[in-house]
Design a protein. Structure first.
Length: 285
């Protein structure tokens, strides 16, 4: 069976509100000015507390194949340092605010979701959508923790800050607090469903944009096979990878995660807006 997917909109952030409102949202219950951080607390340095470990290539076995049309193969990239600003084994400090995440959609263009344990990432750490899909463990000053997935960007947030969904924030603090100190780090969930691939609306063999969905680990690179070999596509801020001249559109696709694991998928047709199961998933770390 063929496999694929597409995204439908370019995201235009409209930052408002004192909480660091996430891009593209029109919240009905965002943080208000009365929710300032306690005056007795000085915000921690939002820079990462360095862990100098370089992400290592995955040595996990080839994933099981659930679809004969999609033939994923695992091929670790030896010594690859593919993570962006959000790196495995690194703790980050900052603040948490909250916004009305509505249906859970956002700048990452994943679409609506019933799971609203989500976060909008500050633009510095969002890093042109590299943070999209990352799972984060967030801890407050009392030691309470939650797990959220990055689905949105917060243009008004400072480095290290997370603008959590109201539901996620409520598990760490009362809404009246508005802003709290936190630490957070990247997770690689133990369980995950197989990924999907989607082509964006308007894609054809002359131009296309491709997106990976449901990945356990952040995607570092998306490549398409062309007559000259594998070609890496540039990533947009709304989390699609673009082939401006149509090179590789409708052909084999190769994904690489930040740990260096590569999965190849073939037999994926150009079916805009269709989420096509890929039958494989990155290994847990």
């Amino acid at each position: 069976m063929t496999v694929l997917a597409a995204l439908v909109m370019t995201f235009h952030p409209t930052p408002t509100g004192s909480s660091g409102e996430a891009a593209g949202d029109t919240p009905t219950n965002t943080t208000t000015s009365s929710a300032a951080a306690p005056t007795s607390w000085s915000p921690p340095d939002p820079s990462a507390t360095a862990s100098k470990k370089t992400p290592k290539a995955s040595t996990s076995p080839q994933p099981k194949r659930s679809s004969p049309a999609a033939r994923p193969t695992a091929a670790p990239v030896a010594g690859a340092a593919l993570a962006g600003r959000i790196r495995p084994g690194t703790a980050y400090s900052g603040t948490a605010t909250f916004y009305d995440a509505a249906d859970g959609n956002g700048a990452c263009s994943f679409g609506p979701t019933s799971d609203v344990m989500t976060a909008a990432m500050n633009s510095t750490d969002y890093e042109t959508a590299k943070a999209c899909g990352a799972h984060l463990r967030v801890r407050n000053s009392r030691g309470a923790t939650i797990t959220v997935r990055v689905t949105n960007e917060c243009p008004t947030c400072v480095k290290g800050q997370l603008d959590l969904s109201a539901q996620a924030f409520a598990k760490l603090a009362t809404p009246s607090q508005g802003q709290i100190p936190i630490t957070w780090h990247l997770l690689s969930p133990a369980t995950a469903e197989p990924m999907s691939i989607r082509y964006k609306t308007g894609s054809s063999r002359y131009w296309c944009e491709i997106q990976a969905l449901g990945h356990r680990n952040p995607v570092s690179r998306l490549e398409v096979r062309t007559g000259g070999g594998w070609q890496a596509l540039p990533r947009t801020a709304y989390n699609y990878f673009t082939s401006e001249n149509g090179s590789g559109c409708g052909g084999a696709i190769r994904l690489t995660d930040i740990y260096g694991e590569r999965l190849e998928f073939s037999g994926i047709g150009i079916r805009p807006e269709v989420r096509q199961p890929a039958g494989a998933q990155f290994a847990a770390h």
